[in-house]
Design a protein around this ligand. Structure first.
Ligand code: BG6
Length: 504
């Protein structure tokens, strides 16, 4: 993970080979991140990019396609980003071909041999069915062979498997041909500043970490609410669903950051050990427990912000009779000494009322109160809200004395917004991930055992929901199906109000 020091050295010279160079991820996230990195000096002019794709074209057409995607429209730093792009684009080349065929790997090998460095990072921004074959072909062609002076690494996007069995099979297939230390499994949530900040908030602050146990914490809520619909991703989404798409990866990364034990150092393996241990401690439910602790929903047709939103089952490439969920809420338990008896409530969904990702730590009420006429149960318990996005920040809800002759309490918030102190708006979230890939820091990447533990915890829900039934309907612009509220009401709790509700 890059340090907070402004004088961070540039990453070593490297050729990044992007499989899926003409795809959305490359244009929307990888290239903008590399432009930002060029501009800020995180990479130097020795970064070379080889794009590989099935679309016909050559170096000029790829550069042109990326040009079209990067019109600088002004704003702070626009000139510098424009200059950085001009410098970077000269070092982009393209290889067209089929990922299953040997000729592209020969072409890649020839190009890397001509590059100023033997260091290479292969980035798989492709459909998951190509992950295994690309790694095997890279290995077959000696492209993963490292020397004392040059590294070879492979970065793999999600989804990593479709369930526990397929994730295990994919891990086994990859690890058969390359070392685990060469594999960088990406979860882009770990590139978000506020996600990384969870560790800093916990482990750099005695006043936070000391309270971080079942002695003081009543429950935890993790929400990733999205306003976007399924859009043009019907085919992918209908085979995937909200649970697979978001929970064992993004939400569990948040969960691991929040709940893991303090690592004994900031070394990548020390952190990944603790995260894996935590994920392995999520209680794996029986069928009955999964039935009781999981809620799934699918959006119906409706109005949202004055726009008509067609029902999920009316989205192109989605089966009319689909029982795929676009919303999921879970109550999970973590079987460790620290978290015994503390429920973790997770929810995520599409076309919800507001875009808001947050972690809420709900503390227990005070055990006794000396304030007249106020029972401890009536004092609002403290809350820590880690706002992941948008409006990244940290808020602590506490009680103070209301000014005046009587002793009465009033709730107030100590509120920190990143935007008030730092300029993080311009980052796309892939800068840290790519920098770490180039310098060989695996802290923010997932290890095989962590991935498998995540799938193991959601497998009972996958099995249950594959066996029939339908998701509960919910309106676009709502906060999900009623059953999600019941899940908490059963425990005499309610979901934390999301940002839009707070503003009204
Ligand atoms: C992706 C999911 O991994 O994450 C998408 O496939 C989801 O369905 C996206 O919308 C959310 O990421 P972000 O960074 O936009 O919050």
């Amino acid at each position: 993970m890059p340090s907070t020091d402004c004088s961070i050295p540039a990453a070593p010279s490297v050729t990044i080979v992007i499989f899926g160079a003409t795809g959305d991820l490359t244009r929307r996230l990888l290239m903008p991140a590399m432009i930002n990195m060029t501009r800020s000096g995180l990479v130097g002019d020795s970064l070379h990019i080889i794009g590989v794709g099935i679309d016909p074209g050559d170096d000029a057409t790829l550069r042109q396609a990326l040009d079209d995607f990067h019109p600088e429209t002004g704003g702070e730093g626009a000139v510098e980003r424009g200059e950085a792009w001009q410098r970077l684009r000269q070092r982009i080349s393209y290889i067209q071909g089929d990922f299953n065929q040997n000729d592209i790997y020969q072409a890649i090998a020839e190009r890397i041999a001509r590059a100023p460095t033997g260091n290479a990072a292969f980035y798989l921004a492709v459909q998951p069915r190509y992950f295994g074959v690309i790694v095997e072909k890279l290995a077959d062609h000696g492209l993963m062979d490292e020397t004392p002076n040059s590294f070879r690494r492979v970065a793999i996007e999600k989804p990593f498997g479709q369930d526990l069995q397929s994730a295990k099979a994919l891990n086994a297939r990859i690890i058969k041909r390359v070392a685990e230390t060469q594999v960088y499994r990406i979860d882009h949530f770990l590139g978000k500043e506020t996600v990384q900040n969870i560790m800093t908030a916990r482990f750099a602050n005695t006043m936070i970490e000391r309270l971080w146990t079942s002695d003081c914490i009543d429950h935890v809520q993790i929400t990733v609410a999205e306003t976007v619909d399924v859009g043009t991703r019907g085919k992918f989404y209908d085979a995937t669903g909200a649970l697979r798409d978001m929970v064992p990866n993004h939400l569990f990364q948040l969960l691991a950051m929040v709940a893991m034990e303090p690592p004994n150092s900031f070394d990548a393996e020390a952190i990944r050990d603790e995260k894996a241990k935590l994920l392995k401690a999520i209680r794996v439910y029986s069928r009955q427990d999964a039935e009781r602790n999981g809620v799934r929903g699918a959006y119906t047709a409706g109005e949202m912000n004055g726009q008509h939103v067609p029902a999920y089952t009316a989205v192109a490439d989605v089966a009319k009779t689909s029982s795929t969920e676009t919303y999921v809420a879970l109550k999970l338990m973590i079987d460790t000494w620290r978290w015994s008896g503390v429920p973790f409530y997770l929810r995520t969904g599409k076309v919800m009322a507001v875009r808001d990702s947050e972690v809420v730590i709900a503390f227990k009420p005070v055990p006794h109160t000396q304030f007249e006429n106020t029972s401890a149960g009536h004092l609002q318990p403290n809350r820590l809200v880690i706002q992941i996005q948008p409006d990244e920040g940290l808020r602590m809800d506490i009680l103070i004395k209301q000014p005046g002759p009587l002793v009465a309490t009033a709730p107030v918030s100590l509120d920190f917004h990143y935007a008030d102190r730092f300029d993080i708006a311009r980052q796309v979230g892939y800068e840290s991930l790519l920098y770490d890939l180039f310098i060989g820091d695996r802290t923010l990447f997932q290890r095989a055992d962590g991935i498998e533990a995540g799938w193991a915890a959601v497998q009972p829900f996958l099995d249950l929901w594959a066996n029939g039934g339908k998701p509960d309907p919910y309106q676009p612009g709502s906060l999900g199906p009623d059953a999600a509220d019941t899940l908490l009401a059963r425990d005499h709790r309610i979901w934390h109000s999301l940002a839009a509700e707070r503003q009204t």
